[in-house]
Design a protein around this ligand. Structure first.
Ligand SMILES: [Zn+2]
Ligand SMILES: [Zn+2]
Length: 162
């Protein structure tokens, strides 16, 4: 099991192995560390129920498939299709299909986009939901708005400055 997230200090991707139930997460780049506590379910490699990075509980799942790679394979198939009488296109489609089938799913935190690999898939987690994501952002913003009430309108005058 691993979790992959963006370091708050240096903004780079950090990968932390969770198999040995570590109690801290350390950034490989800037050595920034933070305490880590896995839930009972997550310590056993079962369902992801609480984000280790931001403590939120909303997740979505997606195939562990790089969409860019899929497009590149397909594009190569298209480029060679004229000379190969479309055979390359068929092969590219088959490769994409097999990759998609073979690859597992990853669980991703709606809030901080931390990626969890190697855990059991929770049937309650679905694909990315734009409406849910938006409503979560709005909740965050209203909370932030309350905290900074009276701080003045944000972004005002931005367009004039450009
Ligand atoms: Zn860092
Ligand atoms: Zn998170």
């Amino acid at each position: 099991m691993t979790v992959e997230f963006v370091c708050e200090k240096c903004d780079r991707d950090v990968l932390v192995r969770l198999d040995e139930n570590p109690d801290t997460r350390v950034c490989q780049h800037c050595q920034d560390s933070a305490p880590l506590s896995l839930s009972t379910s997550m310590a056993k490699g079962e369902k992801v129920d609480r984000c280790l990075v931001c403590d939120r509980i909303r997740f979505y799942v997606q195939k562990d498939f790089n969409p860019k790679l899929g497009i590149i394979i397909f594009a190569i198939g298209v480029i060679f299709s004229y000379h190969t009488y479309l055979i390359s296109l068929v092969i590219a489609t088959i490769i994409d299909f097999i990759l998609y089938k073979v690859l597992g799913t990853v669980t991703i935190c709606y809030h901080c986009r931390a990626i969890y690999r190697g855990f059991e898939e929770d049937p309650n987690h679905h694909g990315f939901d734009h409406e849910l994501a938006l409503s979560l952002v709005e909740q965050e913003e209203s909370k932030a708005g309350e905290a900074t009430a009276g701080a003045g309108p944000p972004l005002a005058g931005n367009e004039a400055a450009q």
